[in-house]
Design a protein around this ligand. Structure first.
Ligand code: SAH
Length: 238
């Protein structure tokens, strides 16, 4: 066999291995994700079809630091740097189901973090807006959401306390950091008939996940469950 042939054969073998390993990785994560949905989400009572479909398709392993990819589908939150976390899969599904998202919804999230909750919602709704206060996390999440083709997500780097007035009012608002009270601008930016979900309580303890509903201008609230979120922080110059 000529030298060229040997090189060609090697190249073909290497290409084949790359293809097989790449495919294997994709199928493995898909199987792991399916297991996560069955054992952590459906088993705990989540039934809303859009929520389940989104949880089945968003590649959670691409929203965690490289070294934690193997843990991405575990039943827990994970660190994403800067003292922040990506929420536990069940909590993401629960918060998604509770706002009962529809395709024509406009949704605001406060606390982009990794961008995972925003991606799950963007899978369902037409217009997704999300605000992150930590600049480095904002930059990472923006790139990640662009790379993964979530073109219906608009993200900004700001203190989410003020909401996003120019883009509101919103059908639903999802807050993924624990506040001591519901920021009034967020209530104002909720549509009539809209729902907000927000963890309320003191930082570093457990908080109550609160459902806030606006009906004919009146506000109704309901405690849903105990949760543990990272604190809602405020911009220093305010
Ligand atoms: N939804 C995220 C979870 C993020 S953890 C995910 O799916 O990965 C909460 C995030 O809220 C952190 O990234 C934190 O920096 C951010 N945050 C805290 N206070 C904020 C505020 N006032 N405005 C915007 N983001 C805030």
């Amino acid at each position: 066999m000529s030298f060229i042939h040997v090189i060609m054969n090697r190249l073909i073998l290497i290409l084949f291995l790359i293809l097989v390993l790449g495919f294997q990785e994709r199928t493995d994560y898909k199987a792991t994700r399916e297991k996560m949905v069955k054992s952590q989400i459906e088993a705990r009572g989540i039934q809303e079809p859009f929520t389940l479909a989104a949880m089945r398709s968003v590649p959670r392993h691409k929203f965690v630091p490289k070294g934690l990819m193997e843990s991405a589908y575990k039943d827990s939150p994970l660190p994403i740097g800067y003292g922040q976390t990506i929420s536990q899969p069940y909590i993401v599904a629960f918060m998604t189901e509770i706002i009962n998202p529809k395709k024509d919804f406009k949704v605001l999230e406060i606390g982009t973090g990794s961008g995972y909750q925003a991606a799950v919602l963007a899978h369902i709704v037409d217009s997704m807006y999300t605000i992150e206060i930590v600049k480095a996390l904002f930059i990472q999440a923006k790139k990640r959401l662009d790379d993964l083709n979530y073109h219906n997500v608009l993200i900004k780097n700001a203190d989410g306390y003020h909401g996003w007035e120019e883009k509101g009012p919103f059908d639903a608002i999802v807050v993924t950091a624990a506040a001591e009270f519901v920021p009034p601008p967020l209530i104002e930016q909720l549509k009539d008939g809209g729902k907000m979900i927000i963890p309320i309580g003191t930082p570093f303890t457990t908080q109550q996940l609160l459902l806030v509903e606006k009906k004919k201008g009146k506000i109704k609230t309901k405690n849903l469950m105990f949760v543990r979120f990272v604190p809602f922080t405020r911009a220093k110059d305010e």
